[in-house]
Ligand binder design. Structure first.
Ligand SMILES: Cc1ncc(COP(=O)(O)O)c(C=O)c1O
Length: 399
């Protein structure tokens, strides 16, 4: 099933990695293995497969050719030994953390995270007797000072959702490993994708994705991914996914993700060039109070972003010089930008983090994480940049 693509370019690997060979038939597009189970030739073969003595598929929760294809594709692009596709980004996060952590362990996390991730860590982890500390990783001493003897994992996003706070991947990974080599440093790379940033090359152990976003790219699938060493991804598959979360994605959705990933590089180029134009427009508009975008020299994360990100990404957060009611009416009246959560789709999406994606944070927690109640998050789509800008201009001029 695997062709050696190790010396091939990103674009070649996003198309060909994980391609499936079926003897005697050579379909260009991957067939969809929409089956829950696989038939054994004999009882002995079934037993050998369950015993791990013979390779081959058993049951789709434990593996399916469409899953293998996506796993191999994301591993190749992230430069990881192995990759695993799951039913959602949250499924990937749960599966990864519940594979590593057990009662009595400690997890150290950055305080600015996607709302559901924050909720799971802040409220869900205590169900399992796992202790979680949140701090601001931009001050690296906060990382060193909060590692405990029972710390098993360190978790963060960069750029973070929704403030776009940029954290130095190499610095965080090196700092944690200098204290304890065995602590798993995990980063959610959803906002960047491996086309923009490859954390494993900078010393991070595990990469998480919401495959729902740029990797699938077309707003029609919910999925997640885990990348890391062969040993760790194997544990996530055989323990976390198979026995704990059961967060299995359908073969059809895996097929769609694989198809979406074939055009990742050109989509990311356009998302980023459109976002740069939109960010510059917003920064120059008198009704915009502040723009958070890693491509703007005025942004606090600009220098670190330049060091570790190939492009500044497709997400912009901004604040208006307006009342709460005016801001609400601004997002309500846009015509091209759709008022919806999620990101990384072909369509431009706009939403209000404090009341939507980050509604799980209390007012105090929002303040702590520096998520202001006036922030508006824009996922810049693949439409004509001038049309997105015109839609925003009409909305701003109406204020
Ligand atoms: C950064 C980030 N990580 C994880 C997730 C969760 O992914 P999913 O919605 O696929 O479960 C999201 C969802 O918005 C996200 O923005």
């Amino acid at each position: 099933m695997t062709h050696d693509l190790s010396n091939k370019g990103f674009a070649t690997r996003q198309i060909h990695a994980g391609s499936i060979d079926i003897p005697g038939i050579k379909p260009l597009a991957t067939p969809i293995f929409q089956t829950s189970t696989f038939v054994f030739d004999s009882a002995a073969q079934g037993a050998a497969r369950f015993a791990g003595e013979e390779d081959g598929f058993i049951y789709t929760r434990m593996g399916n050719p469409n899953h293998e294809q996506v796993g191999q594709k994301i591993a190749s692009l992230e430069n990881a030994e192995a990759g695993l596709v799951l039913s959602s980004g949250m499924g990937a996060i749960n599966t990864c953390l519940l594979t590593i952590l057990r009662s009595g362990d400690h997890l150290l996390a950055d305080e600015t995270l996607y709302g559901a991730t924050f909720s799971f860590l802040a409220k869900g982890m205590s169900h399992y007797g796992i202790d979680v500390t949140f701090t601001d990783f931009s001050d690296i001493e906060n990382v060193t000072d909060n590692i405990k003897p029972n710390t098993k994992a360190v978790y963060f996003e960069t750029p973070a959702n929704p403030t776009l706070k940029v954290l130095d991947l190499e610095l965080v990974a090196d700092t944690v490993h200098a204290v304890n080599q065995d602590i798993k440093v995990i980063v959610d790379n959803t906002f960047c994708t491996p086309y923009i940033q490859r954390p494993i090359e900078l010393g991070v152990d595990v990469v998480i994705h919401s495959g729902t976003k740029y990797l699938n790219g077309h707003g029609d699938v919910i999925s997640g991914m885990i990348c890391g060493t062969k040993e760790f991804v194997g544990q996530c598959k055989d323990f976390g996914l198979k026995l704990v979360t059961g967060a299995v994605v359908s073969p059809f959705d895996a097929f769609l993700i694989s198809r979406g990933m074939k055009t990742l590089d050109i989509r990311m180029e356009k998302h980023c060039s459109n976002a740069m134009k939109v960010a510059e427009f917003l920064e120059g508009h008198e009704k915009v109070a502040k723009v958070y975008y890693p491509g703007l020299p005025s942004f606090s994360g600009y220098e670190i972003a330049k060091k570790q990100m190939r492009l500044p990404g497709g997400i912009i957060t901004f604040e208006l010089d307006a009342t709460k009611e005016q801001s609400e009416s601004f997002i309500n009246t846009l015509e091209l930008c759709s008022l919806a959560v999620s990101l990384g789709d072909t369509e431009t999406l706009i939403q209000h983090p404090a009341s939507m994606t980050h509604a799980s944070y209390s007012k105090e927690e929002l303040k702590e994480a520096k998520i202001s109640e006036s922030m508006i998050r824009l996922s810049v789509g693949l439409e004509t940049a001038e049309d997105i800008i015109e839609d925003l201009r009409v909305g701003l001029d109406r204020l």
